[in-house]
Design a protein around this ligand. Structure first.
Ligand code: TXA
Ligand code: MG
Length: 315
């Protein structure tokens, strides 16, 4: 299959929306990372997402809608979630909520769970695509399962080109790491994945502090220990790289590449996945491994460190 790259024009959006309506796979830019979209009501289309990514079937998908009315057709939105939705949607927040049984979604989307992960992306191109398609769009990140998430159309093409119908090219992603995922254990909000919306921004709106997922309670089934895997080995929190390592720097600690010379975590998040790809190339070509400078564990640093920890995990 030849993968068509559509420009972010009216004609490009219309073509991409038609493909989604026809049950094809279309990757599209969001503010976090590129998503691999399919009509969430079409089981054959959703099955093709799992096939194209080689994703385990037990790992459920996020459904993307253009507005709150679209979300309310799919999930129950209790008051606490509604307050967060009003504050942070559209934006890099995904909420896991009780799903409406009669929403008509393919069972493959939720992998047997009675909850559904929903998100309204902020990227205007993504919202125009969702509105034009007029169907709820299931979309995981547009990378082969376990590999580095894509933040440009070129990344998507490298990983999935030839396996998907089209890519809607929205340029580079503004946030650069995936959405923050929140679930609810009764009334207790639970952080299922640190992401592009900092918890410091969310917490003032919550009646009680966010809890971390406890074993056996609600979890995100896709949070595998090893993920975002580069080809080269990776070592974290490195202040003194060895001769056999290339350094991915941060702030004053310079390396072959620097995620943010100014020490700005937002800039580091934007650069993270593309620099991981670049430094992996540098390392593998020179027979070296990757070292990463320490990143502060605040703000978007939580999401950055989470991705780096999974990238460095034993496989
Ligand atoms: O920013 C993002 O969230 C991107 C863009 C494309 O929207 N999407 C994304 O999807 O990162 P994915 O599939 O790579 O990660 C979704 C995560 C997985 O870890 C999955 O297990 C979890 O969300 N998830 C999905 N549905 C869930 C549910 N009902 N309960 C708990 N976790 C869920
Ligand atoms: Mg992913």
């Amino acid at each position: 299959m030849k993968t068509h790259i559509h420009p972010p024009t009216e004609a490009g959006i219309t073509a991409a929306a038609r493909l989604l309506q026809d049950g094809q796979l279309v990757a599209f830019a969001t503010e976090t990372v590129y998503g691999l979209g399919a009509d969430a009501r079409n089981s054959a289309a959703v099955a093709n997402i799992f096939a194209a990514k080689n994703r385990p079937r037990f790992n459920p998908l996020i459904v993307h809608v253009p507005d709150l009315a679209g979300a309310a057709e799919l999930v129950e939105i209790p008051p606490q979630a509604r307050a967060l939705a009003e504050a942070f949607w559209p934006g890099p927040l995904t909420m896991v909520l009780p799903r409406c049984a009669d929403a008509g979604l393919s069972d493959l989307v939720t992998a047997g769970l009675d909850t559904l992960a929903v998100r309204i992306p902020a990227n205007p191109l993504a919202r125009r695509l969702l509105a034009a398609a007029g169907v709820p769009v299931a979309a995981p990140s547009a990378n082969p399962s376990g590999k580095i998430s894509p933040t440009s159309a070129a990344h998507v093409e490298q990983g999935l080109g030839g396996r998907i119908a089209a890519i809607l090219d929205g340029g580079r992603c503004d946030v650069g790491v995936e959405s923050t995922i929140l679930g609810f254990d009764g009334d207790t909000p639970v952080l299922l994945r640190a992401g592009g919306l900092a918890i410091e921004t969310i917490e003032p709106l919550l009646p009680r502090p966010l809890s971390l997922p406890q074993a056996g309670r609600i979890t995100a089934p896709g949070q595998m220990k090893s993920h975002y895997a580069p080809d080269a080995k990776m070592r974290l929190n490195v202040t003194e790289p060895t001769a056999g390592e290339v350094l991915l720097g941060f702030g004053a600690r310079n390396g072959a590449l620097n995620l943010s010379p100014a020490g700005d975590l937002r800039e580091a998040a934007v650069n993270l996945f593309s620099y991981m790809r670049k430094i992996d190339d540098l390392a593998t070509r020179s027979g070296k491994s990757i070292a990463v400078a320490p990143i502060p564990e605040t703000g978007l640093g939580l999401a950055i460190n989470d991705r780096l920890n999974r990238a460095a995990a034993p496989r």
